[in-house]
Design a binder for this molecule. Structure first.
Ligand code: MRU
Length: 363
């Protein structure tokens, strides 16, 4: 997708065919910088420090991280060590385990001498599949937006939370892909962008993306959505997911659940858009079974931004001595989700709905 009129992806192989380049998302929106990952420890650090983030991109980075490990040592022991190191970086998103498992099982069957080329080919295949899946999610989701637009016959207001755009994937995004495709199809729409405390992925990343694509948008404080819905100013909510259960519970960035509650109270349709690699078919009860990442309290007590002189600075919000807690995700129960959009189409957020659309994956 576009930044200043130029097309980018979030992750790509270096010209040397070995190292991996990523956009450093901790520097956005104020600086566009890239970062080169030279080994699996670099990849693990990039995920843990959120240089890359977003469930699908975490998965692809994990896959390239394992390929980087294989490039220096293709033994079973080295692969197992890198697998464990990468898997431990972020516990909530399914895509990381999904990608690492896929790579490891292919490598386990391959002769040691061929593992390096196989690992890179697999990681690149996962990246390309992610692009195709997100583009298909965009097409399916755009259909929903076009239908609402035709029914209402006026500019639509769509609310999104966190960043589930192209920066969270390799390209296109999940929740934002339908918006990009609908805009390209001529739908007149405007996006309410939840700032998404504590790390502000909405204010910094979603706003940056929408600006790059020329999509009208307004950043709002996280607490504003319910009020806007009460006043008829939201026609649809669409979010991404880090892990979705086989019963349709959607785990996503902290605060998503509150938006879904407000949406239900105001009859606003609430959709989750996600590639099938996000679905954890092993579990049904998201509140009980999804591990919620606990991040540093400093992300709550401090905030990072650009000062008047252009310097990127961190300032403290809270008094010295106050405790802070930082749950990174929450779970929206399936009953509050109007529908799930995957690369296969749109289905009900229920065990039956997900199984009917993905019979080969569900069993
Ligand atoms: O903590 P983050 O920034 O990785 O959280 C990202 C989200 O919550 C996204 O909504 C989710 O990963 C879906 S991304 C297409």
């Amino acid at each position: 997708m576009r930044i200043d009129g130029r097309d980018y992806r979030t992750i790509w192989l270096d010209d040397d065919g070995r190292r991996v380049n990523v956009i450093d998302q901790t520097r956005l929106p104020h600086r566009l910088e890239t970062c080169t990952l030279s080994n699996s420890t670099d990849a693990a650090r990039a995920i843990a420090d959120m240089i890359v983030r977003g469930a699908p991109l975490i998965g692809v980075t994990g896959a390239y991280g394992l390929a980087l490990a294989v490039a220096s040592n293709a033994s079973d022991a080295a692969i197992d060590a890198a697998y464990a190191q990468l898997l431990a970086t972020r516990p909530t998103a399914s895509n990381l385990r999904w990608a690492l498992d896929r790579l490891r099982s292919v490598l386990a069957r391959a002769p040691v001498g061929e593992r390096r080329s196989i690992a890179y080919a697999q990681a690149s295949a996962i990246a390309e599949e992610d692009v195709a899946a997100c583009a298909a999610i965009g097409d399916h989701g755009a259909g929903i937006i076009e239908e609402i637009f035709a029914r209402k016959g006026r500019r639509l207001n769509i609310l999104t939370h966190c960043n589930a755009g192209w920066l969270a994937t390799v390209d296109w995004g999940t929740a934002l892909a339908p918006i990009y495709k609908a805009v390209r199809a001529g739908v007149d729409l405007h996006v309410w962008v939840d700032e998404t405390r504590p790390r502000n992925q909405g204010a910094s990343l979603t706003a940056f993306e929408l600006l790059g694509e020329g999509v009208p948008h307004t950043v709002i404080a996280d607490n504003t959505g319910g009020h806007l819905m009460q006043h008829g100013l939201v026609d649809m909510c669409i979010v991404g997911s880090d892990r979705t259960t086989r019963a349709g519970d959607v785990c996503n960035k902290i605060g998503t659940y509150l938006k879904a509650l407000a949406a239900r109270d105001n009859d606003v349709p609430f959709y989750a858009a996600l590639p099938t690699s996000t679905i954890d078919w092993r579990i049904s009860d998201g509140v009980r079974d999804i591990p919620i990442e606990q991040r540093s309290a400093r992300e709550v007590t401090h905030i990072i931004g650009r000062a008047a002189d252009g310097a990127i600075v961190e300032v403290q919000l809270t008094p010295d001595g106050s405790a802070a807690r930082n749950d990174a995700f929450d779970v929206t129960p399936a009953r509050l989700v109007t529908g799930i959009i995957t690369e296969r189409g749109v289905c009900a957020a229920s065990a039956e709905g997900l199984r009917a659309l993905h019979p080969d994956l569900a069993d």
